[in-house]
Design a protein around this ligand. Structure first.
Ligand code: NAP
Length: 305
């Protein structure tokens, strides 16, 4: 019987592990078969306070893990394949074979940025291809940038990126935007933003770093090359909540709903990080809610005696 099981090993889960371990709760973290979350897919992280020279994403995760381990967190490198949250203690099934029981549960399974699914895109991820303007915009000062997508995220990221870029081109697969009117207007009125309509990305060009995109016009089927140094894919995120479907309240997009800090609708189950946050999606905000979840879980266990 465990006091706290933490599912997911990004900054939210690892911060929850540091706090619950230091509270003598002997947490068990099920870190997934691909541990570390989205930070392991980034290169330089310059906006996580405490690192004046910046730090590589994978290194930051490795350091957080070592810190959690130092205070007694146990790790299992495996996937949770099933949970039963209908009664306490909760049952967690690992790799379809082992079941464990826990008095409280912290869900920090994160969200995944949707990608186009091109080989060239995954090869150049972190080398010019990014899914986070706040994180990586600064690296493209004075350079031409492309944002892919037609929703609010694409408009927001494009507008933000004009602070750095020489020019921002929004590439959208239709001739109408999905974004809200106000966000559209802001982008359309911005002199540094132009639009490439009815265009699909066929390939991200470049050997070691991005040099451009090969685009196909979906109406005429014409191919064209668009030079750029940075490509920001802003076609939505998917929260990793499939495992909890039907057992935990989520919003229409699948994000876990929390109230009073990190509490879910199931007493004893807490959610932290991107899995419950469609808005901020930063390593530091994930870490902040990880801390909150640990303290919420500790209070819950205390109240339960
Ligand atoms: P979204 O609204 O789902 O928009 C995704 C965009 O990506 C759409 O324009 C879609 O094209 C395009 N797309 C999807 N798959 C694609 C593919 N494979 N290839 C090319 N294009 C693709 O996602 P979002 O913009 O991330 O917004 C998510 C939610 O957060 C929305 O409810 C949004 O309002 C909200 N949000 C709000 C704010 C704000 O108010 N400040 C900021 C960001 C997000 P189609 O249009 O053709 O489907």
């Amino acid at each position: 019987m465990h006091n706290v099981v933490i599912i997911g090993s990004g900054p939210a889960g690892l911060t929850a592990a540091v706090y619950t371990a230091r509270a003598n709760l002997a947490p068990l973290m099920i870190e997934g078969s691909q541990a570390g979350g989205q930070l392991t897919l980034t290169t330089d992280v310059e906006n996580f306070p405490g690192f004046p020279q910046g730090i590589m994403g994978p290194q930051l995760i490795q350091d957080m893990r070592a810190q959690a381990e130092r205070f007694g967190t146990a790790f299992q490198t495996a996937d949770v394949t099933k949970v039963d949250l209908s009664r306490r203690p909760f049952t967690v099934t690992i790799n379809d074979e082992e079941t464990i029981q826990t008095r409280s549960l912290i869900i920090s399974t994160g969200a995944s940025a949707n990608l186009l699914g091109l080989d060239s895109e995954s090869r150049l991820l972190g080398h010019g291809v990014s899914t986070c303007a706040t994180c990586d915009g600064f690296f493209f000062r004075g350079q031409p940038i492309v944002v892919i997508g037609g929703g609010d995220s694409a408009m927001e990221e494009a507008t933000f990126l004009t602070k750095f870029a020489s020019h921002v081109t929004i590439v959208h697969r239709r001739d109408k935007l999905r974004a809200s009117k106000i966000m559209q207007d802001k982008a359309i009125k911005n002199d540094k933003i132009s639009f490439r309509w009815n265009s699909m990305v066929e390939e991200v060009l470049g050997d070691d770093v991005v040099t451009g995109l090969r685009l196909r016009d979906v109406v005429t089927n014409d191919m064209a090359t668009l030079d750029c140094k940075g490509v920001f894919v802003a076609i939505g995120h998917t929260p990793n909540t499939q495992l909890f479907r039907g057992q935990i309240e989520t919003d229409a997009n699948g994000y876990i709903q929390t109230s009073h800090g990190t509490a879910t609708n199931v007493p004893g189950v807490f959610a932290a990080g991107d899995v419950q946050d469609p808005h901020y999606r930063q390593a530091i905000t994930a870490a902040g809610t990880g801390c909150m979840a640990a303290m919420d879980a500790e209070r819950f266990l205390e109240a339960e005696g």
